[in-house]
Design a protein around this ligand. Structure first.
Ligand SMILES: [Cu+2]
Length: 257
């Protein structure tokens, strides 16, 4: 997000699609069997899939400043197993938190460039997602943290991006934070996030290149909710490498005017 800037007067519309799936539970770096989780909790999460559609608009009012607005729509579902052996699925889908940012050019010429990311995210995503589960006796109850669609808080998104380019290759490094400014109206605040991303691309044609990224997210999280393993604060802390590989369009579904 916010990995490039524009020249004065340029517009860009973008659409990105992301799909993610994960499975299993860990204690620290150690893998846990579902039975291990169910020894301590009434419910164990099994796997989760998430689909995200992201739309963005960028405009540069000056060469040194690019403005950006982004919104996304998320759909996610998680399978669970209960201590008594029952299975159930929880799902949620709607808008997530929107964001606004200004990208301020620090070094705008030469083969290595840099800009600051000054952003804010707006709590447009729901934190009121509910559903029935086998223990709720027909009542709809609050879904666990990872199934909520927004943070519920206003967040600062400060960051810095460094870009390098030559004729056939380009690379970038970006550090981006999410600092949660307020406790949300359900009485919790998500953990602050620090994300580091690096990428390297070789240009095969003008439009297509290979891309490899690494993201590290550090979270310090939230208060316990109820009896499920994914409702607990300390079980949502993470620090993980997230690698993406594959062809990436140099200009992803965008219209420049
Ligand atoms: Cu752009």
């Amino acid at each position: 997000m916010g990995d490039h800037t524009h020249e004065r007067g340029e517009w860009m519309l973008s659409y990105r699609f992301m799909q993610m799936s994960m499975a299993g539970n860990r204690d620290g770096t150690e893998r846990l069997e579902t039975a291990d989780v169910l020894r301590d909790f009434m419910v164990a999460p099994l796997d989760m899939t998430m689909t995200m559609h992201m739309a963005g608009i960028m405009y540069a009012p000056a060469n040194w400043m690019t403005l950006m607005a982004m919104a996304h729509w998320t759909s996610q579902s998680m399978n669970h197993e209960t201590r008594s052996g029952g299975m159930f699925e929880a799902a949620s889908a709607d808008l997530g938190d929107a964001s606004l940012a200004a990208l301020i050019g620090l070094k705008r010429t030469g083969s290595v460039r840099a800009h600051l990311n000054a952003g804010v995210s707006i709590p447009t995503g729901s934190i009121e997602e509910v559903s029935e589960n086998p223990m709720s006796m027909g009542r709809e109850v609050q879904l666990p943290y990872p199934m909520q669609l927004g943070s519920g808080s206003w967040n600062l998104r400060p960051g810095v991006t460094i870009l390098g380019m030559s004729k056939r290759t380009s690379w970038g490094l970006q550090g981006l934070g999410a600092l949660r400014l307020n406790e949300n109206d359900r009485g919790y605040r998500q953990g602050h996030v620090i994300e580091g991303t690096g990428w390297f691309a070789v240009r095969a044609t003008d439009r297509l290149g290979a891309h490899r990224g690494l993201t590290e997210v550090v979270r310090a999280d939230r208060p316990p909710l109820t009896s499920g393993a994914d409702h607990r604060t300390q079980h949502r802390d993470s620090r993980f490498p997230d690698t993406a590989r594959g062809p990436r369009s140099g200009k992803p579904a965008q219209i420049d005017c």
